[in-house]
Structures are given as structure tokens and as C-alpha cells.
Write a protein that binds this ligand. Structure first.
Ligand SMILES: Cc1cc2nc3c(=O)[nH]c(=O)nc-3n(C[C@H](O)[C@H](O)[C@H](O)COP(=O)(O)OP(=O)(O)OC[C@H]3O[C@@H](n4cnc5c(N)ncnc54)[C@H](O)[C@@H]3O)c2cc1C
Length: 429
């Protein structure tokens, strides 16, 4: 690993280690001794690396820059609040059962990192590998998912095809005999599951702050200053900040930021919505995706059924839910999950997702030297946060992609080397 940080690196602060002993100690002093999980410093005028976007991917990029490359002279700039973008709005599905080899490699790296993330961050991210089933409800899907199971086998990603009887055993509330879309089988990944989305952002933020990095909320980037084809600084709502390297990690706003830096991205921004029901007793302990009818659900620890569907049918930046979407998504799932018809829906919301044509992400150098982009995770990037951060840190530190990111460069769109995940992305979560 290269040597550490520039001389001007911010000094490290520690929030204190969380442990059973810390809980006992704090219980004795009425919990008055807990420090803030991360600091809120004033921005400095210069950092070695500036990361735009304090979502999961931006924070994970910063974390692995410090952890893997010793680079801690880093600022993460966030226009709103930490984790307030898609990272705090998603339905938390984690899996790595993708079709193409480069996808399987990065998503499975991510899943492996999730498996020890609570220990690595010393922060409980509530990773719950409860198992995930992608239902096949047409002959076309049967062929598609059997093919994915075979591909996963060759990639070393453990998934298996299961029959309707096993699905009924795993998901007692399911109706496998639907007249329109009977359940014909499913692709099962036992290591798949969920994690607490906010905790993932908070855990990374705390670890970055402990390494001395600056996480600066309420700091919108309004311009990117370049000279002679390389980055010099960013203009922000809290002043100008110079940097040697700039990582743009802003999901649905990627095209806006790329425009500021003077290049274009093959990205469309759309709102993706989700909703939760009233809480009910535990009735389903796996995640189920029904891609033909375009809906999926899991049960949260609070008992709510967490439900999602497809993106809005038109590009937009609204970040809101709509009644029509609730009705459409629940209606499409009722044949397979009849109990949903008797549930009240509590909340709905939306996030702005960044879609590429091949439904695969972009981790890339750009036409501007020193500027790197990480985007295009679309409707399925929560599961990728640790793996993406790992690969992006490598890209930023070394100035060229490592093995995990190599296939995801911007040049694939010019050269026609698409990584088509439109089937494995399914409803796309
Ligand atoms: C409803 C919904 C359900 C989903 N379900 C799943 C799921 O089940 N599983 C899964 O794997 N994925 C899911 N996703 C996708 C997943 O949430 C995203 O792919 C992932 O969270 C993207 O993380 P990010 O860090 O790239 O983006 P974000 O979390 O959106 O972070 C980007 C940040 O950049 C900030 N920013 C933007 N512009 C600027 C600027 N000019 N200056 C400073 N900061 C700026 C934003 O405020 C934001 O906080 C879902 C998404 C949605 C919306």
C-alpha cells in the first residue's frame, strides 16, 4: 500500500469503540458519555481528494481510500444530509445473482464485504442474509433463471433453481396456483437478504470521520473548475475547494455534475418509488421478487411489508411517491400474495435513480484528468455499496481501474462492449 496522506491531512478524531463494555459503562453514567458518531467540520480550502455525494457509494469510496490506500486527506461533500439520497430511500435488497461475469464479480465482492461489514465498521448494519427468491412465472423466465443459475455456478456464486413446492415451504403466504401467473419455480440465493440502509451510510461516515476525513453536509457543489484538461477545484455553496482528484458519486444527479465538468454521460434519471404497509406479525422471512408482474416484497424487522415495483415511465427529478404507483404495484402482486389486499399502506416515497442502457454501472476515468465517475447503479445499487466503494477507491488512488472496475468504463458505450443485465436486473433491485 502507498504511504499515507498529504502533510495537510486533517487530524483524526475518534468517536470511541462500540462494544458491550461501552454499553455497560454508559449505562452506569446514564448514557451521557456517547460522542457524536461523526464530526461536522468547516470545509478547508484544499483536499487531496474530494468526493461529491455522501450516499453509500461516496462514503464507501472515501472509507476504502483510507483503509486500503492510506489516503485520508479526503472531503465528502453532500448537498443535503448524509444518506438522504437513494441510500436512505431504497428497499435494502442485497444479492449477487447477476448473469454476466464482471457483474457477478463486483456484486459478489460486495456481498462478501457485507457479510463482515458490521465488524469492519464497528457499527451494526443489521445485515440479514435471510435468502432471496426471484420467481419464475412464465416459461421465458424459467429459461432465463435456469441460465442464470448455470452462469452463477460457473462464477462460483452459490444460487440454485427451486421448484414451486420448495417456494411454498419457504414462503407460506404465497399463492403458487395463480390463474394468470402461476409460480413455476425460482432462482434462490440463500446468502442474499437485506441490511439497514441508514446504518450502512452512518457506519461508513463514522469510520471515515474517525480516520480524520471531513464529511461536509449542506454543501452543494455548483461548479467544477478545470484548466488544461484537468481538475483544479469545485465551487460549492460553502466556498471554493481545491483538490487533486475529484470523485463524482451522485447517482441521479450524475449528468448534472458531469455537465459542470464539461462532459456528457449516457445516463437517464428517473424516479423509483417504494412503499410500506402497516406492521403485521412475522409472516415472511425471505425476500421475494416477482419480475414478470414487476413487484417485490420483504418484511422489515418492524413488521411492515416493504414493497417496490418499477421506475416511473418518464424521466424526472421529483423524488416523490404517487398514488397511481401504489395502486399499480399492489394490484400486480395481489394474485401471488393475496394477503396484500387486506393491508393498509402506510408510507410511500421516491428516489432519483441513474439508469444506463445496459443496466450496468459506470466506474470510470473521464475526459477530464483527475475526475472519476461512479454512477449508473440505477435501481439496484444498495447491494453494491461496499464492492463499489472498494473498486472506486482503487480507481481514484491509482488513476486507472483495477480488476473489479475494468469492464465498467465509459468507453464500453463507444466500443459496444455492453454488459447486458436487463434480465438479471429484473425488477432491478
Ligand atoms: C425506491 C428505491 C428502492 C431501491 N431498492 C433497492 C434495493 O432493494 N436494493 C438495491 O441494491 N438498490 C436499491 N435501490 C437503488 C439504490 O438505492 C441506489 O443504487 C444507491 O443507493 C445509490 O447510492 P449512491 O450513493 O450512488 O447515491 P445516493 O444515495 O443518491 O447519494 C448521492 C448523493 O449525492 C448528493 N448530491 C447530488 N448532487 C449533489 C451536488 N451538486 N453537491 C453535493 N452533493 C450532491 C445527493 O444529495 C445524494 O445524497 C433503490 C432505489 C430506490 C429509489
Amino acid at each position: 500500500m502507498p504511504a499515507s496522506t498529504s502533510a495537510a491531512a486533517p487530524s483524526a478524531r475518534r468517536s470511541g469503540r462500540y462494544s458491550v463494555f461501552a454499553i455497560a459503562r454508559e449505562a452506569m453514567r446514564l448514557h451521557r458519555g456517547w460522542g457524536r458518531a461523526w464530526a461536522s467540520p468547516e470545509p478547508r480550502s484544499r483536499y487531496k481528494v474530494v468526493v461529491i455525494g455522501a450516499g453509500g457509494h461516496g462514503l464507501a469510496t472515501a472509507f476504502y481510500l483510507g483503509r486500503n490506500f492510506g489516503i485520508t486527506d479526503v472531503a465528502v461533500l453532500e448537498k443535503g444530509w448524509l444518506g438522504g439520497g437513494n441510500t436512505g430511500r431504497n428497499t435494502t435488497i442485497i444479492r449477487s445473482n447477476y448473469l454476466q461475469d464482471p457483474s457477478a464479480a463486483i456484486y459478489d465482492k460486495s456481498l462478501q464485504l457485507y457479510e463482515t461489514l458490521s465488524q469492519d465498521l464497528n457499527f451494526n448494519v443489521m445485515f440479514s442474509p435471510r435468502g432471496l427468491i426471484m420467481l419464475a412465472q412464465t416459461e421465458h423466465e424459467v429459461r432465463g433463471y435456469r441460465r442464470t443459475a448455470n452462469a452463477n455456478h460457473l462464477q462460483g456464486v452459490a444460487t440454485r433453481w427451486i421448484d414451486p413446492a420448495e417456494i411454498k415451504r419457504l414462503v407460506p403466504i404465497i399463492n403458487i396456483d395463480g390463474p394468470r401467473y402461476p409460480v413455476l419455480g425460482g432462482l434462490f440465493q440463500e446468502r442474499g437478504g437485506t441490511a439497514r440502509h441508514d446504518a450502512v451510510a452512518w457506519g461508513y461516515a463514522r469510520a471515515c470521520s474517525d480516520m480524520g476525513m471531513h464529511i461536509i453536509e449542506n454543501c452543494a457543489v455548483t461548479g467544477v473548475d478545470t484548466a488544461d484538461g484537468r481538475v483544479r477545484a469545485v465551487d460549492t455553496s460553502r466556498g471554493r475547494i481545491e483538490c487533486d482528484k475529484l470523485a463524482i458519486v451522485v447517482a441521479g444527479h450524475s449528468s448534472v455534475l458531469a455537465g459542470m465538468a464539461g462532459f456528457r454521460l449516457p445516463i437517464e434519471s428517473l424516479t423509483l418509488q417504494a412503499l410500506v404497509s402497516e406492521p403485521i406479525k412475522p409472516c415472511m422471512d425471505v425476500v421475494v421478487m416477482a419480475n414478470t408482474v414487476h413487484g417485490y416484497l420483504s418484511q422489515s424487522d418492524k413488521g411492515e411489508m416493504v414493497i417496490g415495483g418499477g421506475t416511473d415511465g418518464f424521466n424526472n427529478y421529483t423524488q416523490r411517491g404517487s398514488w397511481q404507483h401504489v395502486e399499480e404495484t399492489v394490484r400486480s402482486l395481489i394474485e401471488t400474495f393475496p394477503m396484500l389486499s387486506r393491508l393498509k399502506m402506510l408510507r410511500q416515497w421516491g428516489g432519483i435513480v441513474d439508469m444506463t442502457g445496459d443496466r450496468s454501472p459506470i466506474l470510470s476515468t473521464t475526459p477530464v484528468e483527475g475526475v472519476f465517475v461512479n454512477c449508473g447503479w440505477g435501481t439496484g445499487g444498495f447491494k453494491a455499496i461496499p464492492g463499489s466503494g472498494w473498486a472506486m477507491a482503487d480507481l481514484v488512488a491509482n488513476g486507472r481501474p483495477g480488476p473489479l472496475a475494468a469492464a465498467f468504463g465509459l468507453n464500453r458505450f463507444a466500443e459496444g462492449r455492453f454488459i447486458d443485465e436487463s434480465v438479471a436486473a429484473g425488477v432491478a433491485h
